[in-house]
Design a protein around this ligand. Structure first.
Ligand code: SAM
Ligand code: SF4
Ligand code: SF4
Length: 375
């Protein structure tokens, strides 16, 4: 059977090649698929976020509060982690299905030893049309001064650094371990010096904690070429004590900045981008807002996440992942892996943030932690 939607068509099921342990009932309808593969709401699979570790040297209050992620926390044992070769193979399968953007994340990705080698492997991937993959990394910046050059040499093109305040007291309280903002700023400086472009900064805004820092952050990075993206505090996982009152809606962020620096709306680069951009009216650069809570963007969500131990999650707020490490280690061919991924995406229905806005989420729904699934 041939698929009829736009784009390149690839056969996905060779019935004679079915693995005996494979679930025929779930995959039987996956006979061919047009690229990019689309889910039940016609959302294409375009972005892959790869978590390379669930560990972190920070304990940000909104992500890994130290009261929960203490020394007895059951982090993944090393043997559970995908090797770099396994990650590259899975990524290659995804690129074959239409993925164009890959982001390395975690936990703190720069804690993973020899990450440069993975970057080197992934930088060689090409889309079916022969284009480069848009490969990026999100980091807390603590090790960036040391690693910026080697990452750049390995083929990484752009980085996003998380920084929740330029005020030392506020930042050190927020990251939970007293790490200095000055060191992260040094890391950002190194990223610029070695030629990453663009360098972006992520700031999670939490009411009563760093909402006074919106304007200082905007002021600090204005005119530097660095875009600050203000992110609404989200109810990821079950550890961060989230409540709606702690969320500063993006509309308020915009109003706060506009009171001093007039802004002009600049929209989204691509419909699937999480960030909506605004330009400074005086030409001093741009900011972005990520309004996951106040203006959910599930309708254009093209992201899938791969955890460090090889589970696939089609939503940041998922309760369960689909294991791809076991079939990979038990000898599945690339074609068989491709069928599994396509099957997962074709059946995808996720729209958590829309449901949150509609108030239709079941209470106490289990959710994986962001540090595990990858931000
Ligand atoms: N450790 C790296 C870092 O902090 O950049 C990468 C992983 S972190 C989970 C990825 C991004 O998720 C960061 O920019 C972080 O600020 C954001 N994040 C974590 N918890 C969040 C939450 N509860 N709400 C909104 N953003 C969050
Ligand atoms: Fe670590 Fe990043 Fe989570 Fe902060 S946001 S605790 S730096 S993983
Ligand atoms: Fe995508 Fe899930 Fe976030 Fe909606 S809630 S935008 S489906 S990750």
């Amino acid at each position: 059977m041939k698929s009829f939607t736009l784009g390149r068509v690839i056969p996905l099921v060779d019935v004679t090649a079915f693995h005996p342990t494979e679930n025929h009932f779930r995959t039987a309808d996956v006979t061919a698929v047009a690229l990019p593969v689309q889910d039940t709401r016609l959302r294409p699979l375009r972005d892959l976020r790869i978590s390379v570790t669930d560990r972190c040297n920070f304990r940000c209050i909104y992500c890994m509060p130290k009261e929960v992620f203490g020394k007895d926390y059951p982090f993944l044992p090393r043997a559970e982690l995908l090797t770099f070769e396994e990650i590259e193979r899975i990524a290659r399968v995804f690129v074959g299905l239409g993925v164009e953007k890959i982001r390395l994340t975690g936990g703190e990705p720069l804690l993973r030893k020899d990450l440069e080698y993975l970057v080197e492997l992934l930088a060689k991937l090409r889309t079916p049309g022969g284009d480069d993959i848009d490969l990026s990394l999100t980091t807390n910046g603590s090790l960036l001064s040391r690693k910026a050059q080697s990452l750049r040499d390995a083929g990484l093109k752009r980085v996003t650094v998380s920084l929740d305040s330029v005020d030392e007291a506020v930042f050190q309280q927020m990251n939970g371990v007293g790490f200095s903002a000055a060191s992260v700023l040094e890391g950002i400086g190194s990223a610029l010096r070695v030629g990453f472009a663009p360098v972006k900064v992520n700031m999670v805004v939490k009411r009563g904690v760093n909402d006074t820092q919106i304007l200082p952050m905007a002021r600090h990075f204005r005119g530097t070429g660095i875009e600050v993206r203000f992110i609404e505090f989200m109810d990821v996982g079950t550890s961060n004590g989230w409540n709606l009152e702690s969320v500063v809606p993006s509309s308020e962020v915009i109003r706060t900045i506009e009171s001093t620096f007039p802004l002009v709306p600049a929209g989204r680069d691509r419909p699937s981008d999480t960030s909506v951009r605004f330009r400074y009216a005086d030409g001093q650069g741009e900011i972005g807002v990520i309004s996951s809570v106040s203006r959910p963007f599930c309708g254009n969500c093209t992201r899938l996440r791969l955890s460090a131990n090889g589970q696939l999650f089609t939503c940041l707020f998922a309760s369960h992942g689909e294991d791809i490490r076991a079939p990979l280690r038990s000898g599945d061919s690339d074609d068989a892996l491709r069928r599994r991924v396509a099957d997962l995406w074709l059946h995808r229905t996720d729209r958590y943030s829309e449901q949150r806005a509609e108030n239709t989420i079941a209470p106490n729904q289990p959710k994986v932690e962001m540090s595990f699934i990858g931000g």
